[in-house]
Design a protein around this ligand. Structure first.
Ligand SMILES: [Fe+2]
Ligand SMILES: [Fe+2]
Length: 167
């Protein structure tokens, strides 16, 4: 499910983020049945494409989208709700620590959980787009992840049955 990105302009816009040592650590965190890095790249790339098509600030959409889940906490059952609400703030703090963030990028990051977190609203069209792409990506990644798991289990059961019947 790795995302290969061949868009030269896009790669130029986000290259400093993708090269950043701290940011690269997101690869080690599972997120929606994929890695947090892959999820962030997917949200960033599709937000960039949509904003470019609509003649919006696609640079901020690409960068804000890439940084929207820049946090290293893991979802544990008892704290999942709190983290779901708080992680945009943590991501914004991390983004500001490592990169220069403009006001559109900041709003993209802090409001991407809207309306699940109604306190922070998207104030720009780019923020609405990233927030929507984030939700669509989550659905896509989870469905691919669950489909792969089901196929794996069905395949494993078929092999066991075959071995049981013919050994
Ligand atoms: Fe998020
Ligand atoms: Fe996300």
């Amino acid at each position: 499910m790795k995302l290969e990105i061949s868009d030269y302009e896009y790669n130029n816009i986000v290259s400093d983020i993708l090269r950043n040592k701290e940011f690269k650590k997101l690869e080690n965190y599972t997120h929606h049945k994929t890695s947090r890095l892959e999820h962030s790249k997917r949200v960033s790339l599709y937000s960039y494409k949509i904003c470019k098509l609509l003649k919006l600030d696609y640079v901020s959409a690409a960068r804000g989208g890439l940084l929207h889940d820049f946090f290293f906490n893991k979802y544990k059952e008892n704290k999942a709700r709190t983290l779901m609400k708080d992680h945009p703030k943590i991501a914004l703090k991390n983004a500001k620590k490592h990169f220069k963030i403009n006001k559109i990028e900041a709003n993209i990051i802090e409001s991407h959980m809207y309306p699940l977190n109604i306190k922070c609203k998207p104030r720009y069209a780019e923020s609405f787009i990233v927030s929507t792409v984030d939700k669509m990506s989550c659905l896509y990644e989870k469905s691919v992840g669950y489909t792969n798991e089901i196929c794996f289990r069905v395949g494993k059961t078929a092999i066991y049955m075959f071995l049981f019947l013919f050994s």
